[in-house]
Write a protein that binds this ligand. Sequence first.
Ligand SMILES: Cc1cc2nc3c(=O)[nH]c(=O)nc-3n(C[C@H](O)[C@H](O)[C@H](O)COP(=O)(O)O)c2cc1C
Length: 130
Amino acid sequence: MQEMTDYDVVVMGTPVYWFHVAGQFKLLVDRLYSFLEFKANPETGQTEINSAFPKNRKLLFIISRGDPEPPEFYPELYNHMNDWFKLIPLSLGTESYELFHQYGANLDRKSAANDSELLTKARAKGAELV
Ligand SMILES: Cc1cc2nc3c(=O)[nH]c(=O)nc-3n(C[C@H](O)[C@H](O)[C@H](O)COP(=O)(O)O)c2cc1C
């Protein structure tokens, strides 16, 4: 966790399992809680949330899912995951973040490696971030 603070860009990735992030990814995000500080504003008395993570680092999430976009089944179940991602920039003290999606992977483990258009887009995104 401490090492993450040394980098200008943080890239995190997960497959989608049952309309949510994979368990391992959730475990990492659970640990991000340790960067949060809750303090009462002396003027308003309201609790304010601050992150001890260095400010304004760039943040990219890479998400791979079997379903195409738009999804055929239960599209509404993805809304929760998409909203839930906002907790990560909150924990890491940055307002902006980007999502990079691979849609339609099915269960093919080589689907990303075999998708030259996707790889070109991913490389361009990587170059943009450095
Ligand atoms: C247990 C399990 C649940 C999955 N659930 C979803 C899902 O809800 N929506 C979806 O689009 N793909 C789902 N998939 C497909 C994976 O997202 C897809 O295969 C993945 O992006 C490939 O990553 P992996 O090889 O690291 O598992 C699921 C796959 C597994 C094995």
